[in-house]
Structures are given as C-alpha cells and as structure tokens.
Design a protein around this ligand. Sequence first.
Ligand SMILES: Nc1nc2c(ncn2[C@@H]2O[C@H](COP(=O)(O)OP(=O)(O)OP(=O)(O)O)[C@@H](O)[C@H]2O)c(=O)[nH]1
Ligand SMILES: [Mg+2]
Length: 235
Amino acid sequence: MFSQALFKLLLLSLAMDAGAVSDLDLDKYDADKQVKIICLGDSAVGKSKLMERFLMDGYRPQQLSTYALTLYKYSSTINGQTVLVDFWDTAGQERFRSMHPSYYHKAHACIMVFDVQRKITYKNLPIWYKELREYRPEIPCLVVANKIDADTKVTQKNFSFAKKQGLPFYFVSAADGTNVVKMFKDAVQMALSYKRNSNDFMDEVMRELENFDLDTKEESSDKDEETQEGKPDSA
Ligand SMILES: Nc1nc2c(ncn2[C@@H]2O[C@H](COP(=O)(O)OP(=O)(O)OP(=O)(O)O)[C@@H](O)[C@H]2O)c(=O)[nH]1
Ligand SMILES: [Mg+2]
C-alpha cells in the first residue's frame, strides 16, 4: 500500500512538475462545475493512452509507465455552462494493490480499465472495485475493456463483471480511438449528475473514515469467484 509519506512525496513531485500547487487543492472540487474523475486498473492496461487519445486525439505506442500521479485537465461546455474536469491518473498500481485515500477523495466518477489481451487484468477488477467502494460507495463507475484493436473478435466475448455489478461497460481502443470519446463524455456526464445529486453527508463520513488505520482492512475474497467469468484470451 502507498504509505502516507510516499503519497505526500508523489503529490509534491506532481506539484513541482506542474508548477501549480493549487492543482492539488481538493477543496476546488466543491465548486459547482468542477469534477474529479479517477482512473483505476492494473499497470499497462492503457489508462494513460486512453487519456491521450481523448484529450489530444493522439497515441504514441511507447511503453512509458506513468510517473507518480498525473492530472489531465479538460473543459467542456454543457448546456451553455463550462465544466472543468480533472482526470486523475496514476501508475504501476498492481505493485501497491491499493491507493492512498486522497486518490479517491472527492472523486465524482471512476473509469476502471482492463486489457482484453491480459486475462489477469480482468480478474483483478473486483479488487479495484472493492477498494473503490470502500471510499466512494456511490460514485458512478465505468468498466472499460481496452485494446480491442488487437483482436476485434474479443467483443463477442462475455465479460460479466460489469453486468453483475450493474455498471456501464465499454469496449474501446486507445490505439484506433474506437468508443473513446463516447466513454469519456459519458463519464463526465455521470460525474456531473452524481455531483448534482450526491449526499454531502456521505462525503463527510468518508472524510472521517480516512483517519482510521487502513492497514487492517481485509483482503479481497472476490477473486476466485471472478476467475470463472472472464473469457478474454490469455496473455
Ligand atoms: N494495441 C493496443 N495497445 C495499447 C492500447 N492502449 C495502450 N496500449 C499499449 O499498452 C501499453 C501501456 O499503455 P499505458 O497507457 O502506458 O498503460 P497504463 O495503464 O497507463 O500503465 P501504467 O502507467 O503503468 O499504470 C503501451 O505500450 C501502449 O502502447 C490499445 O488500445 N491498443
Ligand atoms: Mg499510465
């Protein structure tokens, strides 16, 4: 798990990189038209490439893992009003299997990504989902099957995790752009509608829970159950 000190260090490095400490001020997400969308999933599933594809309409196929934490900024005009979105992206998560609570804090939606070419990344979804729900029990969560360009037949397969949890599901490709804009735009809409209807009390409770010692939380027991369900090609 990220230690508190390590996370602070990562935040500091981000602040120095970005040259803007205010980027890390979580209070800004209380403003009406400012939303935070987090990205979860194992390393190399394509989280950063999806952001690149959506925000820059570009894709460079090199193997760079995200350094620490990256905020991608996006603004859009919806019904005549400007909405500011911060997409939070982090890296190499399976090494930690757990994110610091600050990553989840005040998030309004989550994009959970797996790689259709690596079965293990699908099998790990319940672990990510369990942790997400510990911190953000009600935010919208989109399940995203990435890299369908590598084998389009994969879209015939049944990835039942999303259906079972009642979550929206998208087949996408950061490489050729399939469904990427739709998925991100849906995520922004869902984040906004959650924000309009969210219960401040729940946020308050979550804030308090963050002060507890999180090292004692249980390991996921969902893993075996999901093993039978994913039928993507083996890595
Ligand atoms: N074929 C194919 N490859 C992809 C696609 N998206 C990402 N990749 C490749 O997958 C690798 C990992 O992509 P990243 O976006 O860096 O993955 P990530 O989830 O951000 O990884 P971390 O930053 O380590 O957590 C890169 O080599 C990409 O080129 C896709 O849609 N199709
Ligand atoms: Mg990355």
